[in-house]
Design a protein around this ligand. Structure first.
Ligand code: ZN
Length: 171
């Protein structure tokens, strides 16, 4: 079942996640729920803390619509700074330019615990950086000026209030 997406600001989004040590059924279940949540929200990536689980695991979508999991990922290299327009499921309807890198090299485990190394560029490199940021306890708005961040914070408070009202109405 899809889970609710945690909206920024929330403590779970601003705390580093715990490394995954148990690759048993609970991790498989979490990955399924994350996939459903990402699909329902029409996202292209999702981190476990965005569904309220402080665990170092995220899903990253490929251009063909399939996705893969990154468990305990580490960013090994980043090259060629770029500025890219970015959004986030936890910061709905906000899009801002963010400093990122065109190319990255990451090391991560899959759901079975096998280690992989991946060199990525462009869209995939961008999603990897965004999701690993989440797992480190960072949201993209932290890369923006304090003025922009304050404006977004105000809009998120209004968004949360409207959402609560809507949910009450829906029962
Ligand atoms: Zn995000």
């Amino acid at each position: 079942m899809a889970r609710d997406i945690v909206i920024w600001p929330h403590k779970v989004l601003n705390s580093p996640t715990k490394p995954v040590t148990d690759f048993g059924p609970s991790l498989q279940k979490l990955l399924e729920e994350m996939a459903e949540s990402m699909k329902e929200a029409e996202g292209i990536g999702i981190a476990a803390n965005q569904v309220g689980e402080s665990l170092r695991v995220a899903l990253v979508s490929r251009e063909d619509g399939t996705s893969f999991e990154i468990v305990n990922p580490r960013l090994l290299e980043k090259k060629e700074p770029v500025s890219l327009e970015e959004g986030c499921l936890s910061v709905p309807r906000e899009w801002e330019k963010c400093p990122r890198f065109h190319k990255v090299k990451v090391r991560f485990q899959d759901r079975a615990g096998e280690w992989h190394e991946l060199e990525a560029e462009g869209r995939l490199a961008h999603i990897l950086q965004h999701e690993i940021d989440h797992l480190d306890g960072h949201v993209f708005v932290e890369h923006l000026s304090s003025l922009k961040r304050t404006l977004i914070l105000d809009r998120m408070k209004k968004y949360q209030k409207a959402k609560v009202r809507h949910e009450k109405r829906e029962g």
